[in-house]
Design a binder for this molecule. Sequence first.
Ligand SMILES: [Zn+2]
Length: 224
Amino acid sequence: MFIGHFGIGFGARAAAPRASLGTLFLAAQFLDLLWAALLLAGVERVRIEVGATAVMPLVAEHYPYSHSLLAAAGWALLLGLAYRFLRGDGRGAWIVALAVASHWFLDVIVHRPDLPLYPGSAVLWGLTFWDSLPATLALELALFCGGVWFYLRATRPRDRIGSWGLAGLAGLLLLIYAGNLFGPPPPSVEAIGWVGQLQWLLVLSGYWVDAHRCNRSVPGVPLA
Ligand SMILES: [Zn+2]
């Protein structure tokens, strides 16, 4: 899953008025950011196999530290606590932790049964929505559009960057997703790892766009 996770980041902003969109992107996509680094380090393994599923030509062979349920819960706790410590925003910390954990459950829907419950677990989960392009598109686009809608309802632009920057970021995410789905398979596992690192730029863009937007006032609710 790709833009579905970013959709969660956008949508989570409505529940965490003091958190930046960049932080929520980081949380929702943290397991994949970590995965890309662990692939480059040779700690986790993936195989490129055209036709592995209709949508994604990848077979995850070993990714217990980024993509087991237990590890996801641990990362969720760690990032939630780190955010609470750094920002002193208890409500936002819960949302950050939930966004990190959401990644695993959404991956379960689309992946082949390759998601372990804990490192070394023989039980592997996955509902393989990736076997159907229409089902994958419907799920990810619904999450993405729903998330952007919640974000637009919760925030308003302060200036032109706040509106055009947001449109550019949303467009860029859709473009990358189209490239993922309809472009050629990745040339190597190393390439997957390095392209994965580029997602940090999307996190930075989240901080940048969000800094040019502010919370909309909701009647009866004090502005954070
Ligand atoms: Zn993932």
